[in-house]
Design a protein around this ligand. Structure first.
Ligand SMILES: N=c1c2ncn([C@@H]3O[C@H](COP(=O)(O)OP(=O)(O)OP(=O)(O)O)[C@@H](O)[C@H]3O)c2ncn1[C@@H]1O[C@H](COP(=O)(O)O)[C@@H](O)[C@H]1O
Length: 99
């Protein structure tokens, strides 16, 4: 699903911002970064206060805006996945030391 979403986002980035929210984000990377921050805060608030279904929706918003920002910065999801793979098997308590 995330690979499909990334492909859709990369395709829509060059569309008309009047008809595509992705293109609107791509036209203004600072706006895209700000939106990811806003969605992350909404997820944090939901996780503290709301029911599970709201958390699912807010998490979907965060994932969409994260994948969009990565595409705008031309960072493929596969590169992030490779970093997570590199961390596999390293305790989270020790991971910082391995960077
Ligand atoms: N998954 C998503 C997706 N999730 C959320 N959003 C949009 O992200 C925006 C979130 O903004 P907010 O929650 O802050 O709400 P808002 O409308 O800005 O209003 P406020 O709450 O801030 O007042 C909304 O406009 C949502 O529609 C998404 N927009 C697009 N996608 C995917 O991207 C594809 C291409 O979309 P377009 O680029 O618009 O064609 C879609 O088919 C989807 O697959």
């Amino acid at each position: 699903m995330l690979d499909r979403l990334e492909a859709t986002i990369r395709q829509r980035m060059t569309a008309d911002p009047a008809t595509s929210y992705t293109a609107k984000l791509a036209a203004d990377p600072a706006f895209a970064a700000r939106k990811l921050g806003e969605e992350a805060v909404e997820l944090v608030v939901a996780s503290l206060a709301q029911d599970r279904s709201v958390v699912v929706k807010e998490a979907a918003d965060v994932l969409f805006h994260l994948v969009a920002l990565l595409a705008i910065k031309d960072v493929p999801l596969s590169e992030v996945a490779a970093e997570l793979t590199r961390r596999e098997g390293v305790s989270g308590l020790d991971e910082k030391a391995s960077r």
